[in-house]
Design a protein around this ligand. Sequence first.
Ligand code: HSE
Length: 325
Amino acid sequence: MTLPGYFKNHKASAFAPATMGNMAVGFDILGGTLSGVGDTVHLELTPCRSPGQSSIVIESITGTDSDKLPLVALENTAGKALIALLAGEGLAVDVAVRIEKGIPLGSGLGGSAASAVAAVVAMNALLKEPLDQNKLIIYALEGEAVASGAKHADNVTPCLLGGVVGVFSVEPLSVRSIPMPPGISVAVVKPQVGIKTEEARALLGGEVEKSLVIKQQARLAGFIVGCMSNDKVLIQESFKDDWIEPQRKKLIPHFDEVKKAADGDGVFGASISGAGPAIFALCEDLNTAMKALDRMKAVYDNVSMASLAWACEIPQTGASVVTEV
Ligand code: HSE
């Protein structure tokens, strides 16, 4: 089997982590990486059956909510990202794709971005001349847009780069990692309901009062300055969303109670992860996050509502190539 010369290998797998979009103060602008949960994509290349014409076949999707995801490559975030990458780089090959979902569908934890990012990272590992990060983000965004109807990059970028990332422009792409105080951690609780990002975006009103724009701009700036200068007072003062959260919280059962339960020493605040329903609390260290997690999860336990819940430090690494076992 001879592959075109631009490939160095025929098989690769990559893992991409869950992410929290918006991070309360940066709608479509800020995103943070999570550890412990993610998607894995396996690729296997064969020479084109139709010369010069790539074909992407999604052979299987397994794991969480896998039965609800499309196998048609153009409709699948991983498939669409791969189609965009091959077309954009002028590469022709047949690709067999297997997707293992770890991130629930419609969770607000960046599942559509993770599959797209894992796919492009795995493909990049097969190239003799790997693409730069910006190109991978751009191709993964084509996949993300299939699911959410918009090219918001606040999940794709932290998923690829790790840490907390600011998306300062999508076209042309301009993203930067935002240094965070050491040890900063999150508690994440997701009740067992699903929210479609596209619908949660459609819900948002178009007009925004000038006074609210000023307030949210100050908070975004304050949050970034606070993170970069390890000013925990400023982080806490800034970590508030009076714009998106009030419009979307009605989609999330017991949101106000969970947010209130998160309150405590060393907790900067809690808000919706991405489009929800996952809720995250930003905390100064992992110990604080674990305590906040118990309080937040107890709200759902007390009403016998199942939830997915975990705490982690914000990892500094994003998607990575994995060795298949
Ligand atoms: N910024 C996006 C939104 C994230 O809130 O719609 C979706 O995960």
